[in-house]
Design a protein around this ligand. Structure first.
Ligand code: ZN
Length: 294
């Protein structure tokens, strides 16, 4: 029942395409990695859910999608990286932000992020990456991405994202949907879609009723002859390793490595995406300092 997966669908006439995802397990996994507060977990869960759906829009397995948010709020920003294999990783710059609920009584994600920018980077293997930055609309992430699609991709979209926390601060539900109009979409289909979207209360209430991503798309594309095109398992996956941590250390200057080699307890390199800790002993750092070029 709690498997994380993504579903893609179209309306019967291909005028509307839609994605939905349930991500409860992988958002809980990220929360455990980062030991993040509920607001930070909610922000990261929303962004990772969106990144998975946008990653599914990529054509090739080597392509990489990054969404970065920079804000002047206490969270300072967050990032998620995904691909079209259903893998995602992410982090918030500050992980322990706690704020009172917003006016609607919800986790105040927009307040924790503040004013700033949203940047989407699509990295196509061997080619120039596609980079686009827009100002944040309200920092709640779903609306920011709706504006991103309109401004940067000239695609009319609606994005719904949600993370619901348990009282013990673990993740109860997480997921989202993205629905996009193809240029050929006629006015009557747009009106049906707008009616459907008005009737959707929230992503988390749909998931909390026990509905699947397929059923969520059934609500989004109601009376539009929804066609499920495929499903895909999604997961949290970081690509860090001890070797990569070592490479990062080796990029330091000889002088810096010599300075680090004075630490008797050695050095820890922490992966920002999954908080894994890679430890290097004083002897290992001394060896790196010796091997480093002047
Ligand atoms: Zn990592």
């Amino acid at each position: 029942m709690y498997k994380d997966y993504l579903v893609r669908a179209t309306s019967g006439n291909n005028e509307i395409r839609a994605f939905a995802v349930t991500t409860r397990n992988l958002v809980e996994e990220a929360r455990i990695h980062h030991n993040s507060s509920p607001i930070c977990t909610a922000a990261l869960g929303r962004l990772m859910s969106a990144a998975l759906m946008m990653g599914d829009m990529l054509k090739n397995e080597e392509d990489v999608l990054t969404i970065q948010i920079e804000g002047d709020g206490r969270m300072r920003g967050l990032a998620a990286v995904s691909n079209n294999k259903g893998e995602v990783r992410g982090y918030t710059r500050v992980k322990d932000v706690i704020l009172p609920p917003n006016a609607q009584g919800h986790l105040n994600v927009g307040g924790a992020i503040g004013k700033g920018t949203l940047t989407v980077i699509r990295d196509f293997n061997m080619k120039e990456p596609y980079v686009s930055t827009i100002p944040l609309h309200n920092g709640e992430i779903a609306e920011d991405l709706t504006y991103y699609f309109a401004q940067s991709e000239q695609t009319a979209s609606s994005v719904g994202l949600g993370v619901l926390m348990n009282k013990d601060n673990t993740v109860k539900q997480a997921g989202g949907f993205i629905v996009q109009l193809m240029p050929s979409c006629p006015e009557e289909s747009i009106q049906i879609l707008e009616r459907n979207l008005r009737n959707i209360t929230s992503v988390t209430s749909i998931l909390d009723e026990g509905k699947t991503p397929e059923e969520m798309l059934g609500l989004v594309l109601k009376d539009l002859d929804p066609q499920i095109l495929g499903t895909k398992e999604v997961k949290f996956k970081c690509n860090c390793s001890r070797e990569k941590a070592e490479q990062i250390l080796m990029m330091s200057t000889k002088k810096d490595l010599e300075e680090l080699s004075k630490k008797e307890d050695g050095v820890e390199v922490v992966c920002e995406f999954c908080s894994s800790v890679y430890k290097f002993s004083q002897d290992e750092i001394k060896q790196m300092a010796k091997d480093a070029l002047d």
